[in-house]
Design a protein around this ligand. Sequence first.
Ligand SMILES: NC(=O)c1ccc[n+]([C@@H]2O[C@H](COP(=O)([O-])OP(=O)(O)OC[C@H]3O[C@@H](n4cnc5c(N)ncnc54)[C@H](OP(=O)(O)O)[C@@H]3O)[C@@H](O)[C@H]2O)c1
Length: 232
Amino acid sequence: MSASPPTVVVVGASRGLGLGLASEYAARGARVIGTVRRQQPPGALHTLAASAQGRVVVETLDTTSAKQIAALASRLAGETIDILFVNAGISLGHADTLPAASDATFLEVMRINALAPLRVIEALADRVPAGGVIAAMSSLMASVAGNQSGGMEVYRASKAALNMLLKSFAARRGQGRAVLAVSPGWVRTDMGGPEAPLDVATSVRGIVDVLATWRGRSGVAFVDYRGKDMAW
Ligand SMILES: NC(=O)c1ccc[n+]([C@@H]2O[C@H](COP(=O)([O-])OP(=O)(O)OC[C@H]3O[C@@H](n4cnc5c(N)ncnc54)[C@H](OP(=O)(O)O)[C@@H]3O)[C@@H](O)[C@H]2O)c1
């Protein structure tokens, strides 16, 4: 990390990988602005903030709310964000095939996993200078080339759409910044479940290391938590 501590925004930092990213960045001395959907009752991010000597700030954001996105953007109007990481997402679990999903469910997963992250990125991107990093939590499941088995179909479609929207954003508004779709591996969280091989600490340590290598660079990439290029 550079001499002056970077400011990192983690969207969706209440638990799981987002909380892990906020903790890892705080441990490395960054200034962290983490978002949660609800301030009450106070949760794990509030506990982290209480022990971080003012370096962790808890903001409110439901990524599907245009009003809340605009309010957050205006609260952060004076900030320079070195790393913007949109982590928030949902899955339908393993019993996820297209025929099993209602239209409403399909649209909700698309909205939360693909549309909402880009709404947030479009709204906050002006706060990220050239040399900064704009990232969203993608997935192994986003890879069209890598899909040999089907299953997790709505989730796959939503993360592939996320990747496509990130590429469009990078082409249209990259402006000297790195735009990254990040696969965290299969991780033991509420979403990943107890059988996942990776713990949160291993995944987020890797992700933070990988993002550090992208500071000061421009371009767009789909990478995993070890920095390995993923097939789009
Ligand atoms: N775990 C894995 O193996 C794995 C693998 C590949 C990709 N991912 C991706 O990694 C990200 C984090 O997953 P996780 O495993 O940490 O899942 P998780 O434990 O279920 O946490 C999901 C996080 O997203 C937040 N969130 C969901 N919808 C939101 C919304 N509309 N607005 C704001 N926040 C919202 C949740 O907030 P609340 O606490 O308020 O619900 C929570 O902080 C997701 O994008 C997921 O798709 C996970």
